[in-house]
Design a protein around this ligand. Structure first.
Ligand code: GAL
Length: 430
């Protein structure tokens, strides 16, 4: 796994990192940042409020409280899947130098933007103090590092490329198994349509981008998928054009005209049996198995999205130490919690993710998560990074892709979309 993670880094973000400044402005490398030294409260910012999300956060908070009964925990979570609302509010707070004491960021180029802007402190000293360099995969740490300095603490690993299915709906339509390719999906989708079912449910724009990345991955394969994010794969090539056409066809079998407000209601359609499939990250497993109390492999299926067997399209949630945190001492304790074995083992089984640490208690990961952990830790698994969740594209490019995608799903103009994405890559690569 370490080797695979490193190769992802080399392909996807090495070029971007190489252009970054040697040290972020205002960041303190010795652990004595510019914020307050408050010890008795900590404000933690995330977007884990909804069902299937807050269970994990609450478990982590409970473990934190047990170890730090003298610290008041202020939960500043803002609702909205994938941080749609939280990220905008956070941007304003960072802009006005009013950071929370710690905030959620994705490993990869999303975090690298904050490092470049001098918004987060170097926390390498915590890695040394807590022995984290030995327990987090080296390749993962590299996503958090610039010039040998580490800027965040990863709490988990999520998988983006999962296809969820309602087995009863499949059975009633005479479909024996989820599709292995998107072309097979389209054949099944026609059958499902004939039975009055939505083949694939969908939610807001970020879920459409989530689906897009996984259609591209399944259609192009891991190498060409990685090339999309580092300029090596031409967005206007015949292969990418065909993959984008496939995405449009997949959407035509979705309920995009009445798209759900977020990822949970999109999955509700599958649970109710009006839709057969949904593509979502493995936080959905927590929603289905814990919130909805459904049985994995009986009530619902979760398999690699079409064309991605053996590939782990990863993302990682991390916590940071913002420059100017008012309660810096307490924030350090929160980061120590997020990186701890007990914290990760409290959080991840509830969150639907596998631990970022390699030394946690495997027996706690059951059902889907048992398989996920085995696959994540298997050296032959190919690891690539998620677009929709901050790994492979910086925030400026991601925002341009959002704008272009909102048009694309309406007009279906593949050439225009590819051109817009290609041009904005050049304009935002820094
Ligand atoms: C991702 C995040 C996950 C989960 C998901 C849905 O961006 O990394 O932890 O919260 O959004 O909200």
């Amino acid at each position: 796994m370490r080797r695979s993670m490193r190769s992802v880094l080399t392909l996807a973000i090495a070029a971007a990192v190489a252009t970054l400044p040697a040290c972020s402005e205002g960041a303190n490398t010795s652990g004595g940042g510019g914020g307050g030294q408050g010890e008795n409260k900590v404000e933690v910012f995330s977007w884990w409020t909804g069902p299937g999300e807050e269970d994990g956060l609450n478990a982590l908070i409970a473990d934190f409280r047990q170890k730090n009964s003298d610290i008041e925990f202020i939960n500043a979570a803002v609702s909205g899947g994938a941080g749609t609302n939280a990220k905008a509010i956070l941007a304003n707070r960072l802009q006005s130098n009013d950071p929370p004491d710690s905030y959620q960021r994705h490993a990869g180029l999303e975090l690298q933007d904050d490092i470049k802007a001098g918004k987060v402190e170097d926390v390498t000293y915590l890695y040394d103090q807590e022995g984290w360099k030995d327990v987090f995969p080296e390749g993962l740490i590299e996503y958090l590092t610039i010039d040998g300095k580490i800027y965040a603490v990863p709490v988990n690993i999520h998988r983006s490329n999962l296809l969820y299915a309602n087995p009863k709906v499949l059975q009633e339509a005479g479909i024996s198994a989820p599709p292995k390719t998107w072309s097979e999906f389209l054949t099944q989708a026609e059958t499902l349509k004939g039975k009055g079912k939505t083949a694939i449910s969908i939610g807001p724009t970020w879920t459409q981008k989530h689906l897009l990345e996984n259609v591209l991955l399944g259609e192009l394969g891991a190498d060409a998928y990685e090339g999309l994010w580092n300029g090596k794969t031409d967005w206007s090539s015949a292969e990418v054009t065909a993959a984008l056409q496939t995405f449009s066809k997949v959407l035509s079998y979705s309920d995009i005209a009445s798209a759900s407000a977020d990822w949970q209601p999109a999955l509700d359609k599958l649970i109710e049996g009006t839709a057969a499939y949904n593509v979502m990250g493995d936080w959905a497993d927590s929603y289905l198995s814990i919130t909805k109390k459904l049985a994995y492999e009986t009530d619902y299926l979760a398999v690699a999205s079409p064309g991605t067997d053996g590939v782990y399209n990863f993302l990682s949630d991390t916590f940071t130490l913002p420059v100017g945190a008012k309660n810096r001492g307490a924030a350090e304790k929160w980061l120590i919690e997020a990186g701890s074995k007990s914290g990760q083992d409290a959080f991840n089984p509830k969150k639907g993710s596998v631990p970022a640490r390699t030394d946690t208690d495997k027996s706690l990961y059951k059902g889907y998560l048992e398989k996920a952990l085995a696959e994540w830790q298997d050296d032959s698994t190919r690891i690539v990074g998620s677009l929709a969740h901050g790994v492979v594209a910086n925030n400026a490019w991601n925002a341009e892709i959002d704008t272009a995608l909102a048009l694309f799903v309406k007009d279906g103009d593949v050439g225009k979309f590819a051109q817009a994405v290609k041009q904005s890559y050049e304009a935002t690569k820094g």
